[in-house]
Ligand binder design. Structure first.
Ligand code: TEU
Length: 534
């Protein structure tokens, strides 16, 4: 039998550094702030931290526009701070996973500056053309901009300050390998690979006529991309036994398997998107009301599709799960715990996003000027030119803006939730007085303490960590599934509603957000229970 890797038993916690904890009062979270909270993360019981980008960056896309891959942005601290973070985390058995953004760089990166000046050796680091094609960008608008210095257009699938790298140039592969080695030599455990399945462009032909993402088929999950992944793994990652999880947009089951099944020797895991898109009408800005049944079916489908899943309900690009799938009002506590029950009992590695463990909710903004996200502002600008009503346009931004999950973590009931002593870069949610870490640490019935005990249970329970997955009942807002390991079984029953639901399962309850010993086949509002079915 193959030896199990740490990430197959482990839990990964995502930190979005600018919003985590500010140690120096400048309004932005930073690395010393992260170090100051490591004891809390250890107490939570996580095995690794995925750190969203802390590299030098002009911060147009909050660090996903990198100007120097081997330097820490002063806003987050210094390289000494980073080394200290690694050491302090290691002392607590917590690994660090870096964010690897290699589809594009910042336009301030030296490579781009040299490329636009056609400096020898750098001419082809990016994708230049005399005439743009019709491809659209992920943040709305076209994917090409004209560069005056070079006198050509360059491709950018994201913001115009994020030019796409040209992976046809072998020098780019070498640069990236150096970057990987630089961080792996320091002792990081692996990488979360940003939009990794769109890095190789087959050609620059016009795409299908479509206002959004015309061109996708020319760069989506291409053979060139698979070849790059295999190469990075063979030449560098395997040598360090490094872990990778890829952010893979728009993947089908087969495409997902091709990217991360063990025998492919590409990625270890992928973030698929289908379960996060069940309310969408085409793009995330247009949404039907959330229908739990569609969500359950997407989850079940992907549980079967892959040998090993990367499970997540939140990250820095998505609204808060309790506001979106649960009830952030009357049943805030119950529904956040029910979602935790699901996240931590699915097959695969659970990912917890900062603040999720205290049930942080969507942003309470009342005006577009309170938002910072480049994507939200782009889309707002475009929507203003289209025949939408003000109410509709507002709803689009309110429900889908990425800033929903980018407010400072609510550590206490002190001003700005204890996130900063200065002026936060993005207003902290006013509900910090009632939803915060300190009060939840003291309250035995809190969401935080529920996460802690559930994580502890998972840690000692092989069925939850290693078992197979099988759905037993998907009916409206009720989801029941079974995990099985070496003949031992556990059943998880979830109620995504504020109504009482009955289900044909009974047995001994071993865990849940309603205290009971026997489960008699009745689910209370927003109940989540783990049962040994009779
Ligand atoms: O996200 C890529 C992506 O396609 C989306 O999740 C996206 O940001 C957006 O919500 C589409 O509507 C990754 C990063 O996670 C994101 O923060 C970056 O902005 C983006 O890549 C570019 O690096």
């Amino acid at each position: 039998m193959q030896q199990r890797k740490w990430w197959q038993d482990g839990i990964i916690y995502q930190i979005y550094p600018r919003s985590f904890c500010d140690s120096n009062g400048d309004g932005y979270g930073d690395i010393p702030g992260i170090i100051s909270k490591l004891d809390k993360l250890e107490a939570l019981g996580i095995d690794a931290i995925w750190l969203s980008p802390v590299y030098k960056s002009p911060q147009v896309d909050n660090g996903y526009d990198i100007a120097d891959y081997m330097a820490i942005d002063p806003m987050f601290g210094t390289m000494e701070d980073f080394d200290k973070l690694l050491a302090e985390a290691k002392a607590r058995n917590i690994r660090i996973i870096m964010d690897l953004v290699i589809n594009h760089t910042s336009d301030q990166h030296e490579w781009f500056q040299r490329s636009r000046r056609r400096e020898p050796g750098y001419e082809d680091y990016y994708i230049w053309a005399d005439k743009p094609n019709n491809w659209g960008g992920f943040f709305g608008g076209g994917a090409w901009d004209y560069d005056e210095v070079r006198g050509q257009y360059y491709l950018h699938l994201f913001a115009k300050e994020q030019p796409d790298l040209n992976w046809r140039n072998p020098a780019v592969m070498e640069e990236v390998q150096d970057i990987l080695r630089f961080w792996l030599d320091k002792g990081v455990a692996g990488f979360r690979c940003d939009v990794i399945n769109i890095i190789w462009k087959n050609d620059l032909e016009n795409g299908v006529p479509s206002p959004i993402l015309a061109g996708l088929k020319h760069y989506h999950s291409t053979p060139g991309c698979h070849a790059i992944l295999r190469r990075l793994r063979r030449d560098v990652l395997d040598e360090y036994d490094a872990y990778t999880v890829g952010e893979t947009v728009f993947v089908s089951e087969q495409q997902g398997r091709d990217l991360c099944e063990p025998n492919r020797k590409e990625l270890d895991e992928i973030f698929s998107f289908e379960h996060m898109e069940t309310e969408q009408i085409g793009v995330k800005w247009f949404k039907h009301p959330f229908k739990p049944e569609k969500f359950f079916r997407a989850i079940a489908k992907w549980q079967h599709a892959l040998t090993w899943n990367a499970n997540y309900f939140e990250n820095h690009d998505q609204p808060r799960s309790v506001s979106r799938f649960g009830d952030d009002g009357k049943y805030h506590n119950k529904s956040a715990k029910m979602l935790a029950t699901m996240l931590l009992t699915l097959k695969g590695t659970p990912f917890i996003y900062e603040g999720q463990e205290i049930g942080m909710t969507n942003f309470d903004f009342t005006h577009i000027d309170q938002l910072q996200d480049v994507e939200s502002h782009n889309v707002w600008g475009i929507a203003k030119k289209l025949p939408f009503t003000d109410t509709y346009r507002w709803k689009m931004i309110k429900t889908s803006s990425r800033d929903n999950a980018r407010q400072g973590v609510q550590w206490s009931d002190a001003l700005h939730g204890g996130f900063t002593t200065g002026t936060p870069w993005l207003a902290v949610n006013k509900n910090y007085k009632t939803i915060n870490y300190a009060s939840q640490e003291r309250d035995s019935d809190s969401i935080l303490n529920y996460y802690k005990s559930l994580i502890a249970l998972r840690r000692e329970n092989e069925i939850l960590r290693r078992g197979t997955f099988e759905e037993k009942l998907i009916r409206g807002d009720v989801f029941v599934y079974e995990r099985e390991y070496e003949g031992k079984k556990l059943t998880v029953a979830l109620n995504f509603s504020d109504k009482i639901r009955s289900i044909p399962f009974k047995g001994k309850q071993i865990f849940g957000n309603y205290e009971k010993k026997e489960f008699i086949g009745v689910l209370a509002p927003w109940e989540g229970a783990i049962i040994e079915v009779e």
